[in-house]
Write a protein that binds this ligand. Structure first.
Ligand code: ZN
Length: 115
């Protein structure tokens, strides 16, 4: 029987998240409140400015254009909100994990990864 784990009330197959969790456990995470940041719009694709140079020759700078992130593990949406489950998460400076995944898999070891 396939091992399953509950994230935000949904059942996930451990095998589907295991590789991501192992990778995430090797990163340094800081508890962070999400705030929108500027983004670059180019050919209808919005990019996070922190991943690019500030001066994209063909892009248009959009103030507060970057208004959400997704959890790297469960794809939970993180955006500006009074609800800390939504409005805060853990960031390594580039990518995010939600608080629940952090508590379960990175701080804790809910799926029993041997290190
Ligand atoms: Zn998550």
């Amino acid at each position: 029987m396939e091992e399953r784990i509950r994230i935000h009330g949904e059942q996930w197959k451990v095998s589907d998240i295991k590789d991501e969790v192992i990778w995430c456990r090797g990163e340094n995470w800081t508890h962070t409140t999400f705030t929108p940041t500027k983004a670059i719009l180019h050919k209808n694709v919005l990019s996070n400015v922190s991943q690019h140079s500030d001066r994209e020759p063909n892009g248009k700078l959009v103030k507060d254009g970057w208004e959400h992130e997704h959890c790297q593990i469960c794809w939970w949406k993180i955006y500006a909100s009074e609800n800390p489950e939504i409005g805060t998460g853990y960031s390594n400076g580039k990518i995010w994990v939600c608080t629940e995944c952090y508590e379960q898999f990175i701080k804790g070891n809910a799926i029993g990864i041997s290190s």
